[in-house]
Structures are given as C-alpha cells and as structure tokens.
Design a protein around this ligand. Structure first.
Ligand code: ADE
Length: 267
C-alpha cells in the first residue's frame, strides 16, 4: 500500500496537480507514478465555521501578525484523518520544532501515513497544538513564510527513502548522513556506526581544465575504491562537520556564514 501523506495548508495550490510543483518532477513524481506514495493537500479554510472563512485572528496580548485559530485546524485534522483507516503520524512544521535530520526522515519513511500541518502567520494557537500533540519539526534555524516549503522538503527526503523510489536501491545508502560502518583501526578495535558526509564524485571526462580524476577510481579495484571513498567521507566530515564524528571543531574562530562552506577564517 502506498505511503499516504496529507498536507493541511491554507495554500493547497502550492502542492497542485498540474502546476509546476516542486514535487511534480524527478524522484517524487516517479514514486507517485509507481504507486509508492500518494499525497493530498487539504485547504484548512474549507473547515472554517465563521462567515468570512477566517482561519486566523489577532494575537491576544497584542503584537504584530496573525495567529491561526484552533477550530479550523482541529476540525481539518479530524476530517482528513477520517478519510483513511490507517492512523496518521501528525507533524507540525515550525521553526520551533526539533531539527529535521536523516534519522528523523528514516523514522517517518517507515510509517504508513503522515499528516503534515503547515502553519502560517505568526503561528498556530498553542492550545490546538497541545491537544493534537504533533511531532514539531523545523527544517533549519531560519524563518520561512509558512510551513509549506518545509513540508515539501520533508516529503522529498521521505519519499526518496521508500523502497523502489530510487533507480539504484543502494544509492541512498551512501548519501550524506546515512549511517555507515567504520571498520576498527586495529585488530582488537570495534567497528563504529557514524552518519558521515558523502565523498566527492567524478564522471567523464577523465581530465578537465587540467584536473585529473583520482587514479584509484579508474583502477577497477572495488575494494580499493570503497576504502578510498570511506576515507574521503571521514576526511570531509572531520573538516566540515566534526560534530558528526563527536569531535569538537578544531578552529577556535566561528565559521564565516558568507564563505562557501562556512569555513572558519584562515581555513
Ligand atoms: N515554518 C517557518 N519556518 C520554518 C522552518 N524553519 N522549519 C519548519 N517550518 C517552518
């Protein structure tokens, strides 16, 4: 049975069928076509009970922006959940949520049904969040205009993990942040599991602008290639994301957000 994803939003057209939706191309579109996943966007506004179909109102206590009201969100969640007998994992996209990591994505990809709630305006009335008890997920420490793009990011990351979604079943195993086994350095050591950054990749031509493809990749020796790739993964992770190896950053200075990889000054 396909994974069912429902999205509750006030902008269902962002997930539209014929529109140039981000999910209408590439792997998500193929996975949908192959019956691995289905998604349905539902307009929260359709569940308003007030005359003007208002989904939001001014915040108590004053301040800027608008707050999404409890009633339409509550009713929309229950109406959509009743559309299928499988129980849905409720997810609220919010900058205050737990960071979306590959581990979280793997866990979500194993569920039969997801219900994604994309908030807008200043947020959603806290009481309906307390009652619905969704997983609260953030896609990063920055603020988007709404949860829709965050929902699409989550959907894309989940869908590519569904069995059969990628042409080559093994290709997601070597993705950045997938768990890999690092063999022990000594005979008596133990292997460790780590989530590492991916290694560099190369394709034709063998030489481009005077730059050669590493010789080992042309050797045809699969064991040497695998060992070289693992070494590069560890090296990259140590340089760029030492936190993934449980190591402290070597440079004392703060990474420069304007540099290509946020490298510390002097790197
Ligand atoms: N809504 C607005 N910003 C967001 C973020 N960073 N992650 C998830 N949902 C959001």
């Amino acid at each position: 049975m396909p994974l069912r994803i429902d999205i509750l939003t006030t902008f269902p057209e962002m997930f539209g069928e014929g529109s140039p939706a981000a999910l209408g191309v590439s792997i998500p579109a193929r996975a949908r076509g192959a019956g691995l996943v289905e998604w349905h966007a539902t307009d929260i506004r359709a569940y308003t009970t007030n005359k003007h179909q208002k989904t939001d109102d001014r915040p108590f206590g004053g301040g800027p922006g608008m707050v999404m009201m409890c009633q339409p969100v509550w009713d929309a969640v229950h109406a959509v959940e009743a559309m299928d007998t499988r129980s849905a994992t409720r997810v609220l996209l919010t900058p205050q949520g737990r960071p979306l990591t590959q581990e979280v994505v793997e866990s979500l990809a194993a569920r039969p049904r997801l219900l994604l709630i994309a908030g807008h305006y200043e947020g959603i009335d806290e009481r309906v969040i307390q009652k619905l008890e969704p997983l609260e997920i953030s896609i990063g420490d920055y603020v988007l205009s709404g949860g829709e793009l965050a929902a699409m990011v989550l959907m894309d990351a989940v869908i590519r993990l569904l069995p059969g979604a990628l042409g080559d079943e093994d290709s997601c195993k070597s993705d950045s942040f997938s768990s890999v086994t690092i063999p022990p350095a000594t005979k008596r050591g133990v292997a460790t599991q780590r989530r590492l950054l991916d290694c560099p990749h190369y394709t034709k031509p063998r030489e481009w602008m005077g730059m050669e493809v590493p010789e080992v990749l042309l050797s045809g020796d699969h064991a040497r290639v695998a060992a070289w790739r693992l070494e590069r993964m560890i090296e990259r992770t140590r340089e760029r994301r030492p936190d993934l190896l449980g190591e402290a950053s070597s440079g004392g200075s703060k990474p420069d957000p304007g540099s290509p990889r946020g490298a510390a000054e002097g790197d």
